[in-house]
Write a protein that binds this ligand. Structure first.
Ligand SMILES: [Ca+2]
Length: 269
């Protein structure tokens, strides 16, 4: 417990040591507490409370030194030092100087890009679209034209906590408010170089999610496919995106585009 008064200067001098078995980046900040509640200093002091980022390899340590003027609009009971990894508080201590030891291992994330992605068209049934920078899924019963998107991912063999499918929406048909069906396919081995409407991956699936798109563009989908990814861990997994209700037209960036589809995989090392 460090008791400080308004206007006091606090010198923070902390050594942070990583005794875990992996390297990771975390943030070190100084917080001001009222009893059991603590706040980041950045709430109160212009610039003074900004976090310091540090990357520590296993079995290394670093020293953080800060000078903090206690702001004059709060009552101070404690000064805390917090170590954070993204939003996760790993550790905090009521120390003004000393050693913080980080031994708990936080969740990690990785982004997995498709090995193959393409779209196929019902009205051009032998065409391939391996290298287009966009992939479109559509359904128009007036013209009876359908476009299906197929993505193939190699799901990493890790201890999965959560997996999200992220697709960047470039364009939606104006006023076309139909929905798309996202599903898997039992066909794991196919190639964007040869996939066509005629030989497209199987329609047999175990999971699906019907998604509606408004008029907004320029955003990422964030579809939770945790259970599907767990079931396909260490294997290739195919995801199909098909028109579900009429009329719908949604264009996504492909892996050849600038906003590649990806799986955000959150896992425990
Ligand atoms: Ca492609």
């Amino acid at each position: 417990m460090v008791n400080k008064n308004v206007g006091d200067t606090v010198y923070i001098d902390v050594r942070v040591r990583n005794t875990g078995n992996i390297s990771y980046t975390f943030k070190i900040g100084v917080s001001i507490g009222y009893g059991s509640t603590w706040y980041d200093v950045e709430y109160y002091n212009d610039g003074q409370g900004e976090y310091v980022e540090a990357t520590l390899s296993p079995n290394t340590e670093t020293t953080i030194q800060r000078t903090l003027q206690i702001p004059d609009d709060v009552n101070i009971s404690d000064v805390w030092v917090a170590v954070k990894d993204q939003s996760l508080v790993i550790l905090n201590e009521t120390v003004e100087s000393g050693i913080l030891t980080v031994s708990s291992v936080p969740s990690q994330e990785q982004f997995v890009y498709p090995t193959d992605d393409t779209y196929v068209r019902s009205d051009y049934p032998t065409d391939t679209n391996a290298d287009t920078t966009s992939i479109t899924s559509s359904l128009d019963t007036t013209t009876n034209i359908r476009r299906n998107v197929y993505l193939r991912f190699a799901v990493p063999d890790v201890n999965i906590e959560q997996v999200f499918l992220r697709m960047y929406v470039e364009f939606v048909g104006i006023g076309w408010t139909g929905s798309l069906n996202f599903r898997d396919s039992e066909t794991r081995n196919w190639s964007e170089d040869t996939a066509t409407w005629i030989n497209k991956p199987s329609a047999v699936y175990t999971w699906n999610d019907v998604v509606s798109f408004g008029s907004a563009v320029g955003f990422w989908t964030n579809i939770d496919i945790t259970n599907l990814a767990k079931a396909n861990k260490g294997q290739y997994m195919t995801i199909a995106i098909e028109g579900w209700t009429d009329h719908v037209y949604v264009r996504f960036s492909s892996k050849e585009g600038s906003n590649k589809p990806n799986l955000r995989v959150i896992y425990t090392p």
